[in-house]
Each structure stands twice: as C-alpha cells, then as structure tokens.
Design a protein around this ligand. Structure first.
Ligand SMILES: Cc1ncc(C[n+]2csc(CCOP(=O)(O)OP(=O)(O)O)c2C)c(N)n1
Length: 643
C-alpha cells in the first residue's frame, strides 16, 4: 500500500528478485510489513487466501534472497500461498490489484502468467512429485539450478506427497523441501503426521540443544566438510533425544525447526541447504494469518476469505434476502439424517466448512470423519464402511473427486456399494479458475456402471436427492454448484424420487428444453422469452438424473416435437447433452438437438460466473439467440420441404 505518492515504498521499487537481493537486511522487516498491508488491502476487496499468504511473507522473501528465479525453481504446493512470490516477481500494481478478477492475477501459480511460476497448481499435494521430476530432469540434463518444493504441513496428509517422499533419494541428490508448518490445513490439520510434526517442534530438550550446537557450527564458514560433520551430529543427537524425524528415515536431511518469521534464521538455513549434497527438508514454523489479528484468531475463516473489512475482519454482509447456500442446506440435511440414523456417516477430505459438514461435526461428532487431504482414502474408507452396512456420505468438491477416480470405479461402483457422493462446486468456481471448476464429473461418472448421477434444480430437491441416495442399493452421485440455491423453501419431510424419472415442469409442442440442475430456472426463463418473441410453444423438463436418463419421456417427446434443447452446467463433451444424443441415437430417433454447455477448453478465472458465461457465448441472450436461430433454420427447411 503506497500511502504517500511522494515517498516510494520499498515494495513499489521491487521489479523482480534482483531488487529483493539489493535491499539491506535491515530493510527487510519494512518490506515484509508493506507486503502484508498490500495483501490485506487486495484480499479485503477481492477475497482470497489471505491467511496462508500472511504466514509465508518472511519465508518467501528469504527464498528470493537466497535463490534466483526463474533459473532456480520454486514449486509451491496448492500454490494458494503464492501472492508474496507474485508481488516480488514483477506482478504488483494493477495486475495484482485485480487478483482473482477478470484480467487480473490468478489466485494460484500459473505457468502462463510468469516465467517465475515454475509449476502451476490448485490441488494439494502435487509439489513434491513435480519438484522431484524437475530436479531429476536437471540432473539428466547436467545443469545446476536449484529446485525448491514449498509444502504446507497438510500436504503431508496427501498420498501423492508420501509417494514422492518414498522416491526422493532414489531420484536425486539435490532437492530442497520446505515444510511450512502452521498446524492448519483449512481446518486444524489432522492425523498421525500432524502429531509427529507437533512432537518435533515442541520438544524443548531437543530444541535447546539443537539451537546451541547449530549456532556453534554456523560460526564456521559454510563448507561441504562442515556440513557433513554438522549433519552427522544432528542425525545422532536427534535419534538420541527425540524419536528420529520421519523425513530422515526417508533419506532427507532434516533441518529445523526454524522460526518462519525470523528472516536471518531462514536465510542461514536456506544458504546451508543450498550447499548440501543430499536432499534436505527444512522444517519452518509459521503463524497462519500473521499480521491480521482476525486471521490469527480465525484461521479457518481466513484461509480463503470472502471480501472483509480490513480493520475489523468482518465479512461484507450478503445482500438481505439472498437464498440459502446449497452447502448449508446439505450440511443441515445430513446432520438431520445422521441424527435419525446412526448408520449415516459424513466424510470430508479436509473441507468441513467448505462442504457444510461442520454442522455434522458439531452435532453428531461420532458420525463425522475428516481424513485430511486424502480423497482416494476418503472414497475407499467409505467403501469399507458401506461394505459393513453403513451409509457413508463423501462430501467432496467435484474437482477434487477427480483424484479418486479409480476408487470410484474399482472399489465403489464395481462392487455396487451404497456410498453417496455429494459433489459440491459442480460448475464454475469463478475466482479460483480452471483448477477448481467442476465441469467434468458427469462425463467421468456416467460411463461407470451402477452409478446414479443426479443434480437438483433447487436446494429443496437437493434434500430429496440426498434422502433418495441414502436409500439406493448402490452408489449415488449428487452434483450441485457453489453458493446460493434458487430460493426454494425446504419441505418438512423429504420425498423419495423415482430413480431415472424426470419432471415435466411445462408442456410445449414446438421445442422442449431438457435442463439439468441449476440450468432449470434458466430454462424456465428461456421458455417464456421464446414463447413471447418467437410465438412458439416451449416445454421444460427438469431432467433430475443424468444417469439413468428418463429415456421413455425423452423418446415420447422427440417423436412429436421438432427440436430438443439440452442445458447443462458442464462441458459438452460427454456431458448431459451427450447422454440425450446417445439415447436418441440408440432408438434411431433423428429429432434435432441443440446442446448448450461449456466448450472444450479450460475456462480461466474471472470476476463472476456471468462474465465467464458471456465470454463463452453462454449468456442468456446468446443462448436465446442460438435456440432461435436453430428454430428458424428448421422452420425454413420444413417450409421448403412442404413446398
Ligand atoms: C486435492 C485437494 N483437496 C482439497 C483441497 C482444498 N485445500 C486447499 S488448501 C488446503 C489446505 C492446505 O493446507 P497446507 O498445505 O498446510 O497449507 P496452509 O494453507 O496451511 O498454508 C486444502 C485442504 C485442494 N486444494 N486440493
């Protein structure tokens, strides 16, 4: 934040890592302060991952003091904590001010955005594997750059991170891994690994000894021989005083724990690691949200915050009368069903608040499981529970279920186990962008035998679908978008929906709109408009099920109407419209179909769903225009044929 235009701030003078290195050490705390102010100002306006970024300010400055990107390469896990890196690598100003907005910086690292972004991400647990691949490529090429993986403590709850860890020493002799330990995932970090890290960082005997002897060794010039002696001491004493760090058992040299807000200690440890001839892990302790009291007090809320007041930390209030979120309705319904039936369980992969499962955790804790960022395990764990007669519900964002595809096919669907999947964030996650959009699930699920795939038109139907899925003999997948529903009141008692049966909302004789989920309200508006502007009779069907599709209804309509239009919040390739086409083709029905859905490309981040829709020709006017053009084209051909 440049408070006075006449006195340039330190940050405003940073055009790249060279300028970070040129600052005197005593200027660095001021730079850190300015970065924090700038990030708070931007995220208070735009929303974003402020907590994680406030925690890595000193760490990122130290990385840029010691290493030189883009020659050296930083691979950030999740890459949601890359704002500081962006500010130090020539992206400050208007571009960062528009963070997560159309035309502004991405909320994650993105190779296309800057040569300093060595590897993109958005999903957790990928940094160590990718960095190992890059380090191995460097070794094979014979070049000398450094590769640094920056992983949060929760990354070590991910299977992929542990798979990579298992391969480090057999792949390279030179890799630096930073373990940024703030004890938090989005919620408090979970599992045995979190306990292990906590024991290391809080053991006073080891830490005092470590500190004194490290100071002694550091008083010598850094050199390979001294590294060797120092490391030998560390290995031996640590095994003696505390249980040995797990990382050493995997062949990495363990350095730390280091105070992640002490620039001097960070720089010294990074310099030391830079000269090591074996893979090194530096255990850095940081405070999530440091510099913003509200974020320190509420790390979960400020992990990924919506716009907030930078002074009080209060969120900008939603517009009064906004309908309830799908997440809240789902969370309340699951807690209610779980209270009624002890066999109903809720499982999350480190997303209790995002999915709405926090309520279950609070009200029926014995039926709630947070398994960490471990979607494969979440699905397999659910399969095991279902095999023993329970009714597990896996609440996983659509995009994160991609990671557990084998478990969905091989463990759940093949064995026809009754696991319910609630796929939140199906559709766009506009500010997050392509790593978080949930646009592929219908395509990858409807090809799997036994899967029942559905999407509610509103939040009341979501409750019916959850109730229905909990009574299915096999797996049920319910997809729904982020945020507010259509505003439907929730019935006192849910109803069982007949599986594979669509709902006719409006009859019509010229065009039938087959809409799935959140496209149903849009289809109803479109029908009115077409009837008004084109004087045609338009029917609307709430498809409810992408699989099994209501084939009988579809074929009976296709036999009598000239045009079917499908509408879905999903990619066209393999989606709901494709299912409609397949069903018609199998019945040798040639009724024309116009399919409305997302095109075959990755959709960028942007300020809003509406703007991203408009950019892809999916604004209401565009859709109406396409349907009208198709209708007129068909009508003119029919007239010609009649002549
Ligand atoms: C596969 C996957 N599942 C879930 C998430 C959601 N998510 C984003 S960040 C995060 C927690 C990351 O914690 P950590 O790595 O310790 O970093 P911190 O935010 O604490 O700095 C989670 C669960 C994700 N990005 N990817």
């Amino acid at each position: 934040m440049n408070t006075s235009p006449s006195v340039p701030t330190l940050l405003s003078r940073i055009t790249g890592p060279v300028d970070v290195k040129a600052l005197a050490p005593e200027q660095l705390p001021s730079l850190a302060r300015e970065i924090r102010d700038e990030m708070i100002e931007i995220t208070a306006r735009n929303g974003g991952h402020i907590g994680p970024n406030l925690g890595v300010v000193e760490l990122t400055i130290a990385l840029h003091r010691v290493f030189s990107t883009p020659e050296d390469q930083f691979v950030f896990d999740v890459a949601h904590q890359g704002y500081v890196h962006k500010l130090l690598t020539g992206r400050q100003g208007e571009f960062m001010a528009r963070l997560r907005k159309s035309g502004g910086a991405s909320g994650f690292l993105y190779r296309a955005e800057s040569p300093h972004d060595a590897f993109g991400a958005g999903h957790a647990g990928t940094a160590l594997s990718a960095a190992l691949g890059m380090a191995t490529a460097r070794d094979l090429r014979g070049s000398s750059e450094h590769v640094v993986a920056i992983c949060g403590d929760a990354a070590f709850t991910c299977g992929i991170t542990l798979e990579a860890l298992n391969n480090v020493v057999s792949s390279t002799k030179r890799l630096i891994v930073i373990l940024n330990d703030n004890e938090w995932s989005i919620a408090k970090n979970v599992g045995a690994m979190a306990r292990h890290l906590n024991r290391i960082s809080t053991n006073p005997t080891y830490n005092k000894l470590h500190h004194d002897v490290e100071a002694f060794f550091r008083s010598f010039p850094t050199g390979v021989e001294m590294n060797r002696v120092y490391m030998k001491w560390k290995r031996e004493t640590k095994d003696f005083f505390v249980e040995s760090s797990l990382f050493e058992k995997f062949g990495l040299r363990y350095l730390g724990p280091v105070d992640g807000h002490n620039l001097d200690a960070l720089v010294k440890n990074l310099e030391f690691a830079k000269h090591c001839d074996v893979p090194v892990l530096i255990h850095v302790l940081t405070k999530k949200g440091k510099g913003l009291d509200a974020a320190v007090e509420h790390p979960e809320k400020f992990h990924g915050a919506s716009p907030f007041d930078p002074v009080t930390g209060e969120n900008v209030r939603p517009i009064p009368g906004t309908p309830s979120n799908y997440q809240d309705v789902f969370g309340a319904a699951l807690a209610r069903f779980a209270r009624q039936d002890p066999k109903v369980l809720g499982i999350t992969g480190a997303m209790p608040s995002g999915t709405g499962l926090s309520l279950l955790a609070k009200e029926v804790p014995g039926q709630f499981f947070d398994v960490g960022i471990a979607e494969e395990h979440a699905v397999l764990f659910a399969a095991g529970l279902a095999a023993k007669g329970f009714r597990p519900v896996c609440a996983i964002y659509s995009t994160f279920l991609q990671r557990a595809y084998d478990q969905v096919i091989h463990d759940v669907c093949l064995q026809n186990l009754p696991v319910t999947f609630c796929l939140d964030r199906a559709g766009l996650s506009p500010n997050d962008g392509p790593t978080h959009h949930g646009l592929f699930d219908i395509a990858f699920l409807r090809c799997v035998p036994n899967a029942v795939v559905m999407q509610p038109k509103d939040e009341d139907e979501l409750v019916d679908m959850l109730h229905t899925s909990l009574h299915l003999p096999g797996p049920g997948f319910i997809r729904y978008p982020r945020g507010a529903g259509a505003g439907a009141p929730i019935k006192a008692e849910p109803v069982l929906l007949p599986v594979g049966q669509a709902e006719v909302l409006k009859v019509g004789t010229h065009i039938i709109l087959w809409a799935l989920g959140n496209m149903v309200p849009e289809a109803l508006r479109l029908a009115q408009r077409l009837e008004r502007e084109e004087l045609v009779s338009v029917g609307v069907v709430n498809a409810r099920f992408a699989k099994p599709l209501d084939r009988n209804l579809l074929l009976s309509q296709a036999a009598v109407v000239p045009l079917i239009v499908t509408l879905e919040d999903h990619v066209l390739a393999g989606g709901f419209g494709s299912a409609v086409l397949e069903n018609l083709q199998e019945a040798h029905c040639t009724t024309p179909v116009e399919r409305i859905g997302w095109p075959d490309k990755f959709i960028e981040h942007g300020s809003s769903v509406d703007l991203l829709r408009a950019a892809c020709g999916l604004a209401p006017d565009d859709i109406a225009g396409r349907v009208i053009a198709r209708w007129r084209d068909l009508s003119s051909k029919t007239v010609k044929a009649d002549l």
